[in-house]
Design a protein around this ligand. Structure first.
Ligand code: GDP
Ligand code: MG
Length: 164
């Protein structure tokens, strides 16, 4: 069985930035298949000699309330079904939002390992604020990272690849 890491979370928290940092140019060929509108991107990554597939979920959350709940549910269920490990990304600049809570409520159904990734922790001070995400009552641990600078990502990946 392939090792799959799915990145989920509301729009704009930095999922794609982190995905690009992890996979670099190793995006999966299937992204180039024409005629299919994909809500997910796949890529290959490696950390301390372990190979895995990374899934960047679209995070599209459409307008009205019921469609929006449906979008979250679909995105998260796809991730839960195919992932070995789930990374639930949030934004330390924004703090806990209502949408984060909606995601957390759906993610709670999963038996898979979940880590909360508190992105945009660009400074020590911001990293310190990441503790507030424990209030979501979900996941094994909160990891402050900066997808832009890469800080914190090593500690997170050390933990993730223990599952492979
Ligand atoms: P997505 O919608 O979750 O895929 O988020 P994106 O990867 O598209 O990023 C949304 C915005 O957040 C962009 O303007 C990014 O440049 C910015 N961003 C992503 N990671 C970081 C980070 O670590 N620090 C800061 N300050 N901004 C970030
Ligand atoms: Mg994105």
């Amino acid at each position: 069985m392939a090792n799959i890491v799915a990145i989920v979370g509301r729009p704009n928290v930095g999922k794609s930035t982190f995905f690009n940092r992890l996979v670099g140019q190793r995006k999966a060929i299937m992204d180039d298949e024409s005629g299919v509108t994909r809500d997910r991107h796949y890529g290959y990554a490696e950390w301390i000699g372990k190979n895995f597939t990374v899934v960047d979920t679209g995070g599209y959350v459409h307008g009205s309330d019921d469609i929006f709940e449906e979008s979250i549910r679909k995105q998260v269920e796809l991730a839960i079904n195919e992932a070995t490990v789930i990374l639930f990304m949030v934004d330390v600049e924004a703090g806990v939002t209502g949408l984060d809570e909606e995601f957390a409520n759906v993610l709670r159904r999963s038996k898979k390992p979940i880590y909360i990734v508190a992105n945009k922790a660009d400074t020590f001070q911001r990293g310190h604020q990441a503790g507030e995400f424990y209030a979501l009552g979900l996941g094994e641990e909160v990891f402050p990272i900066s997808s832009q600078s890469g800080s914190g990502t090593g500690d997170l990946l050390d933990e993730v690849v223990k599952h492979f």
